[in-house]
Design a protein. Structure first.
Ligand code: ZN
Length: 309
């Protein structure tokens, strides 16, 4: 069995403005690293499809989709919030980013030609709310993938682990009332986006980390809080919101993780998926802005996804 690497050249054409940390250079850095270490050739490369309106409507309000479609950007940039710009090609990139998750789910659940997938896409997604773009995110990519697994493939229990350094407020809002979805999230706190986070019994679990925290705080949260709850939930599929901006080299945050930490948590999730979910695991890129640590971390993450197959 193989791990898929899902991307699309359209994701490179999303412009965010000069000096913006969320740039196409991120995807180039990842691909260059995977080629350099010869991991690239061991992956099954798939083009991300474009998410359809029906697939986006599972997690976004029609009024939000209509508003985006009604104001195409002919040139220059339009700001959806102070951090989130869109250019002429951005909505197509966003549909590819969300569509990558649909492609991943279809291959992992239905075609079964791969059992894990990493989506190297941008814009990221986990801040996007039902009717609001936020924090570099336009559509909530992972939510579109999870909803596809639930609605199109009839899964009944799906888990998301979000280890991006920022709280995945959009994902949490979208699935707040859906008992089929369990969300475990680590993030620096207090920090952007400064939304109140709400734990929901044993189904929405948060581990806020103070500035300066590192490997031991992170693994303690994952291993004493998340993994026992995930074992009880017995997910039929595992999703990862894989942001690498909690890396110690990433200037975006004050959390000090390393590649080894990403490898360890990924291995634990692969084991969980192996035990309960027919090894089905889909990961998608969220943040990660220091290009070298981002590239090394994605490499470590993908190597761990490929284990145990
Ligand atoms: Zn982030």
């Amino acid at each position: 069995m193989l791990t898929a690497f899902i991307s699309h050249p359209d994701c490179l054409r999303h412009e965010t403005g000069p000096g913006h940390p969320e740039s196409a250079a991120r995807l180039h850095a990842i691909e260059d690293r995977l080629i350099e270490v010869q991991l690239y050739y061991l992956l099954r490369h798939l083009d991300a499809g474009e998410a359809t309106r029906e697939q986006l409507l599972r997690v976004h309000d029609a009024v939000y989709l209509d508003e985006l479609d009604a104001h195409p950007v002919a040139g220059g940039l339009r700001y959806l919030d102070p951090d989130t710009a869109i250019g002429p090609h951005s909505l197509r990139a966003a549909r590819r980013a969300a569509g990558a998750l649909v492609t991943a789910v279809d291959h992992v659940v239905m075609q079964e030609d791969v059992n894990s997938a990493f989506c190297a896409v941008r814009p990221p997604g986990h801040h996007a709310r039902r009717r609001q773009a936020m924090g570099f995110c336009i559509y909530n990519n992972i939510a579109v993938g999870v909803a596809h697994a639930l609605e199109a493939h009839g899964l009944e229990r799906v888990a998301i682990l979000d280890f991006d350094v920022h709280h995945g407020n959009g994902t949490e809002e979208i699935f707040a009332d859906d008992p089929r979805v369990m969300i475990c999230s680590t993030f620096q706190h207090p920090f952007y986006p400064d939304f109140p986070f709400e734990e929901n019994g044993s189904r929405i679990l948060c581990a806020p980390l103070p500035a300066g925290a590192g490997s031991s705080e992170f693994h303690t949260a994952v291993e004493t809080k998340f993994l026992p709850a995930l074992e009880q939930f017995r997910p039929q599929m595992v999703f990862i919101s894989a942001g690498f901006d909690a890396h110690r080299d990433d200037v975006m945050s004050a959390i000090n993780l390393t590649e080894a930490d990403y490898a360890r948590v990924t291995r634990q999730l692969v084991e969980l998926a192996h035990k309960y979910a027919h090894s089905r695991i889909v990961s998608t890129l969220e943040g990660g802005y220091e290009l070298r640590s981002l590239a090394r971390s994605v490499e470590a993450h993908i190597r761990a996804l490929m284990e145990l197959h």
